[in-house]
Structure formats: structure tokens, C-alpha cells
Design a protein around this ligand. Structure first.
Ligand code: F6P
Length: 364
């Protein structure tokens, strides 16, 4: 392989820039040129591609452009991203394939979440001249077959840091807080951060509870926590974004029930996009490097229509030189991702049952 393209698509995730640099460095070391696609699949359709490698003058060696090196440890993505609607249209995808071929790309590395992998899986058979490999990146950790994705560890560290700060002020005033964290369809960030933040409860979309059940459970936790024989100094409840009742409506509804009974101040903080930004942690930089190496090796081996995984959660897949990194067909990744979100996956079932066991302990 002489040249391939790389893009980032969907929600950005800390570690994407580290992965781009690692992809470019590994490729340059092997004498392969790398084209960067701006703005994900949108940029691919518009032919917005440029080289991220340059020839080192006076030699036949390749090196990364300085902008790729200089921003490797920043959050976001230097290539830009998009959620591209046009890519659902086969006519547009034909154009994307033509753009790759016109630019001399023999392969494509797509870095992103479920939507990105679905786009890559649709493109792969329609564009046989170009092999396609995915690198999982999404703070939501809702991608099939991989135990983690770029950005998850950084997002969790951001959440616990924010919860610690909120707890400082909450304790000073003996307040209760509902803290909403990102996760449109997956409660992973809420579950995974709850114990580390010493939260008193966690609210997840996967539990499929009605608004009424959620309101009563929050009311009960607050009553128990501030009861005279318990006297907690603060209550912290982590709510996943995907739980349909909004944090402010939940606070209003619980406030109405508590009124007159307890002198309690209940507040809501929505962390929102704060959770998605920031410089990647050691763990995200480390997996960025190892997944990037796995992805470039996959392209060089002629692998197609697959994604590299970190500590796989599913049986199967092809092993690589790195015991933590496997290659899975994108078809399996997508099917497993759907099962993760609709609750039918063993991984989701285990998370929910672990959470049910832990709920009582958190509330102590
Ligand atoms: O990246 C995934 C995610 O962070 C979801 O948790 C969140 O709901 C969504 O992206 C927000 O995306 P956008 O910034 O496009 O509104």
C-alpha cells in the first residue's frame, strides 16, 4: 500500500488526535503516505483531503506534518468531524469512493462511533478498490465488541473531577445534587463513574423506569440520606442524559414532594459537552497508539470491512501481535453495538444486574 486516508466522524472524543498522529507515524515509518479527510464523511464527499505526511528533504523518508504532531495531546479532532446525512444516500457514497480513488487512497481508516462504523461498513463492499478499517472512538462506550473506545477514560475522569468539585460545595451547604452526564442512549458513563464519585444513586436509561418511578426513588434516597438518624452531608445522584425526564424537571418534581417536610436544597447540574472535551488521559493516549498500530497493520495486511478492538467483550475476532487488540468484522461490531443499546447484549445485562446489586450499597 502506498497511500491511505484517515477521517474522524460523529461526536469527537479525547484521544482522536493522538490516534491520528500514531496512524501517520506508523504509516510514515512504513513509507506509506496518509491523507487527512476534513469534516468526516462530509469532507470525503466534498473532496476535502490533504496529505498529513511530508517527505523529509534530501531523503526518501516520510514524516508527519507539524500540525499533526503539535496537537496530538489536545482534545477534539484536528481533522474536524460531522454527522453526515448525505452518506446514507448510495449515490453520494459512489462519489465518496471516486474521491478516494482519485486521490490515490488504497485504504481508509475511519475513527468514530457507531454511526461512523455503520458508514464504513456500507462503503466497504461498494468500494472494493479501497479497504476500510475502523478505530472505535466515542465517550459513550456503546460500540460493540470492544471493552473501551477512545475518549471513555478521559470522560470518566472529567466526570469524577466535576463530581468532586460539586461535592465540595454541596457538603458546605448540605445540599443534594442531580448531576447529568452525557450518554444519549447508553448509561455507561453514569454507571462507571458512580462508585468512583461516591454517588448515592445512578439513573440509567437501560432500566426503562417510568418518570414516576424515578421521581419516587430520588425522593426516597434524599429522605433517607438526610433523615435525623443518617444525616449525610451531601447527596449526589448521577443521571445519564438518556433518562428521558430532564434534570431540571426531576428536581422540580422532587422539590414539590419534599416541600414542607424537609429543609433540603436540591440542585441540578448538566455537565453536557464539558464531558467530551479536554486533553486525553494516559489510558486514552495509550490505547490510541495501540489501536492505531493495529489499524495500520490491518490495512497493510489487506484486511477490509473490520474494526480494531481494545480488550474485546465478544468471542471471535482475529488476534493480532498485541494481545489486547483484535480485529472484528464490522458486521459483528454493528450487531453487537445494537444489542448493547437495546439491552439484549450480555454486556448490558451484566451492567444492569451489577448496578442493581450496587444501588443499595451506593445509597448507604
Ligand atoms: O459523542 C456521543 C455524544 O456525546 C452523546 O452522548 C451525546 O448525546 C451526543 O454525542 C451529543 O452530540 P452533539 O454534540 O452532536 O449534540
Amino acid at each position: 500500500m502506498k497511500r491511505f486516508a484517515v477521517l474522524t466522524s460523529g461526536g469527537d472524543a479525547p484521544g482522536m488526535n493522538a490516534a491520528i498522529l500514531a496512524v501517520v507515524k506508523v504509516a510514515a515509518f512504513r513509507g506509506i503516505e496518509v491523507l487527512g479527510v476534513r469534516r468526516g464523511y462530509d469532507g470525503l464527499l466534498d473532496g476535502d483531503l490533504r496529505l498529513l505526511t511530508r517527505e523529509v528533504s534530501g531523503t526518501s523518508r516520510l514524516a508527519p506534518l507539524s500540525e499533526v504532531e503539535d496537537n496530538a495531546n489536545d482534545g477534539g479532532t484536528i481533522l474536524g468531524s460531522s454527522r453526515c446525512q448525505r452518506f446514507f444516500d448510495p449515490e453520494h457514497r459512489k462519489h465518496a469512493c471516486r474521491q478516494l480513488m482519485d486521490h490515490g487512497a488504497e485504504g481508509l481508516i475511519a475513527i468514530g462511533g457507531n454511526g461512523t462504523m455503520a458508514g464504513a461498513h456500507t462503503l466497504a463492499p461498494e468500494c472494493p478498490q479501497v479497504t476500510v478499517v475502523g478505530i472505535p472512538a466515542s465517550i459513550d462506550n456503546d460500540i460493540g465488541a470492544t471493552a473501551s473506545a477512545l475518549g471513555v477514560d478521559t470522560a470518566l475522569n472529567t466526570i469524577i473531577e466535576a463530581c468532586d468539585r460539586i461535592s465540595d460545595t454541596a457538603r458546605s451547604h448540605r445540599r443534594a445534587f442531580i448531576v447529568e452526564v452525557m450518554g444519549r442512549r447508553s448509561g455507561y458513563l453514569a454507571v462507571a463513574s458512580a462508585a468512583a464519585a461516591a454517588a448515592d444513586a445512578v439513573l440509567l436509561p437501560e432500566e426503562n423506569r417510568t418518570d414516576e418511578e424515578i421521581i419516587s426513588s430520588v425522593e426516597n434516597i434524599i429522605r433517607d440520606s438526610f433523615a435525623t438518624d443518617r444525616q449525610k452531608s451531601r447527596v449526589l445522584i448521577i443521571k445519564a442524559e438518556g433518562v428521558t425526564i430532564s434534570a431540571t424537571n426531576l428536581v422540580d418534581a422532587v422539590d414539590d414532594r419534599l416541600e414542607g417536610n424537609l429543609d433540603i436544597d436540591l440542585r441540578a447540574t448538566v455537565l453536557g459537552h464539558v464531558v467530551r472535551g479536554g486533553r486525553p488521559t494516559y489510558h486514552d493516549r495509550m490505547i490510541a497508539g495501540r489501536l492505531a498500530l493495529g489499524a495500520v497493520n490491518a490495512l497493510a495486511d489487506g484486511a477490509d470491512d473490520c474494526m480494531v478492538t481494545w480488550n474485546t467483550t465478544t468471542l471471535g475476532g482475529d488476534s493480532t501481535d498485541d494481545p489486547r487488540v483484535h480485529r472484528f468484522p464490522l458486521e459483528t461490531v454493528i450487531a453487537e453495538g445494537k444489542a448493547l443499546l437495546d439491552g439484549s447484549s450480555d454486556v448490558t445485562q451484566r451492567r444492569i444486574s451489577r448496578m442493581k446489586t450496587v444501588q443499595g450499597v451506593l445509597a448507604l
